[in-house]
Design a binder for this molecule. Sequence first.
Ligand code: SF4
Ligand code: SF4
Length: 376
Amino acid sequence: MAHEVFNWQINRKMTYWYPEHRPGRQFAAVFDINKCIACQTCSLACKTTWTSGKGQELMFWNNVETKPWGGYPTAWDVKILGLLGPQKWGEDEYEGMTVFEAAPKGERVLQYQPEDGDWCNVNLGEDECSKVIEKGAYFKLPHDAWFFYLQRICNHCTYPACLTACPRGAIYKRQEDGVVLIDQKQCRGHRECLKACPYKRIFFNVVTGTSEKCIACFPGLESGKCNRCFETCIGKIRLQGWISTPEKAREDNPIDFLVHIRKVALPLYPQFGTEPNVYYIPPKQVDPVFLRQMFGPGVDKAIATYRNAKNDPELLGLLLLQGSSDRIFERFRVKNGMAIGYTAKGAEVVRVPLKEPLYVRPYKDVALDVFRHNVT
Ligand code: SF4
Ligand code: SF4
């Protein structure tokens, strides 16, 4: 029987198969799309840690795809959006249907099963522009043609579609951290979860005959360590922590600050209704119409706030702290030109300066009798 639950991302009640139950604390992440260089270090860090076994050859719990043309599995977003059809955001809330509300009679979720071939092209569309760039047009701002990278892991949703679809009850959400896991002993490989996840973050292992997914590196998470894809990120685009519901948001909680206070980080396809817990700072140089369908109506304000970061020491400080430690910091503050991250108990984890010191060397090194060039 369907229950009525509250989803703050769409700012309204919606139907879900189980009653509302939020974990003691909820794993969350913020990815700054503007900083990603698609080096795929994150994808490989995850792969070498968790999915290098037999049957996992085409499995990427973390992948980075190029928008607008890329997608893994192929066209996952186009397909589910096509099924959902045109929907509408109102002034304060989402007025369309979620994947739960749009489910056909007799099913719990609006869903589709990817074809086997859809898993074979993890880098399809990589670095392809939205359209052909006319000669000289790349000097214009905003750019006519654009692309950007979208980093994807499981969203460890508050209302997981995968969990609701499993006929074996093999999927569960942990009370201690909100991480969504598949009990490998319970799973019989029906792949209903894979069909139901609108983000297509479940993978089938043909050797074990079970479904697998991102586990949020929980063995490390339990001792305050960042996930592998976070700690290895070359672009320092990733911030890991815990998110509160809006009414409990704390200014000194890094994730709350970016999501609830400054509202600079937004959920991916909030209209699906699963309340995903990975948030994105949208890219500045991309057509806002495209971004609004992905991240909802908060895009324009988020980009304006992000552009103003240089005049906002707290936001600037937190953006500089992002990716600066392999330990999770749960509190932060900015003082005396330094941004500092702390554990929940107040122990310092990391500090970075708001402004890097600049050293200018003499052009002529008299001692060595050589000339040097200063480069920045
Ligand atoms: S490691 Fe970081 S910068 Fe490199 S692709 Fe992954 S998210 Fe992007
Ligand atoms: S992103 Fe998909 S696999 Fe992950 S919790 Fe949400 S519905 Fe489940």
